[in-house]
Design a protein. Structure first.
Lengths: 192, 192
């Protein structure tokens, strides 16, 4: 198989589409973030990469709390809007009609319409170059009750979407189940 | 909308299914990692969260290089296998029939069958609790030539899959395109 070297690229598939929230200058603000990932298990932590000049980052640095909200596909327009506008110029919460609620933390605004909400306190902020990598401890997780099945989050009800850089940049829903995790590999284990 | 607090959870959707590689004790080894994310743009960086006792982590710490490989869905069995076995006990490269190649770095093993390969040098290792968060600078990106369309990576040819914790833990393919990114939000921008 021939390989083509393309230079250093930030290229992984799929990336989540999330809305990261913070209170800035006394108001809730949200930005679209796909450059994030789970960073630790015990205690639960998440990392989000934010460009240094982002308005949201001011609030994160000021209050040392933030939220990560997972939008469902019916919020794709709002999510994209939060990625192409700045809270320094518009009130995105108002434009998007987000209903904001708070959990344990007083300055981590959570979006009621998003089926999953994580509220986080800042543990580390690393300056890596263009971006600040903010590592947050997940203090609480909220799930919309109508997205649960037998008490567990149900991806078919959550309807998250991915951000996919490809020949064009697009948002994609999840598709068919390929295999059961921690299970399909057992067949190779027998052979191995 | 009623929200249910579920305690701190490592819950984002979707998460990528990747194979992180390193040379350990003179041999290539790969583990399944979904807890990863892009960490910086300029220069390109990625974070991967590895449990402290992982065999792969020994190689990462020893050589200060690693790889991130994006498998296509036809490698779901091998990917899962690499997640449920340890390189301390089996030679996963042999069992999975991975063809290993090297790029710029002498100790970041790349899997030829995976359509996307990132080779990385370690920039930071943070001890966050259960996991070491390894932050790597992406030194080069390789894409299988047959996964390009007009010189760009084509997600329809790459066929990546996501790791989805839901009522059960499963791997899911990508589905339909929901919207064009940096575009659909413009409609709200007019309203805003």
């Amino acid at each position: 198989m021939k390989k083509v070297a393309m230079g250093p690229q930030t290229l992984i598939y799929p990336m989540p589409a999330t809305l990261v929230g913070a209170n800035v200058n006394g108001k809730s603000n949200f930005m679209a973030v796909s450059w994030c990932g789970i960073a630790n298990s015990e205690p639960p932590m998440i990392s989000v990469a934010l460009r240094h000049n982002r308005y949201t980052l001011k609030g994160v640095r000021d209050k040392l709390t933030f939220s990560v909200n997972i939008p469902s596909r019916d919020l794709v327009e709002e999510t994209d809007y939060c990625g192409i506008t700045s809270g320094s110029k518009v009130n995105k919460t108002e434009v998007c009609h987000f209903k904001v609620f708070y959990g344990k933390l007083s300055d981590a605004p959570l979006i009621e319409q998003c089926p999953i909400n994580l509220e986080c306190t800042v543990v580390h902020i690393l300056d890596l170059g263009s971006h600040a990598l903010v590592i947050g401890r997940i203090e609480e997780t909220y799930v919309s009750e109508n997205c649960l099945t037998e008490g567990k989050p149900d991806v078919n009800k959550i309807e998250p979407f991915a951000y996919i850089p490809t020949t064009i940049q697009q948002y994609q829903a999840l598709g068919e189940v390929v295999a059961k995790a921690f299970s399909i590999g057992k067949e190779l284990k027998v052979k191995g």
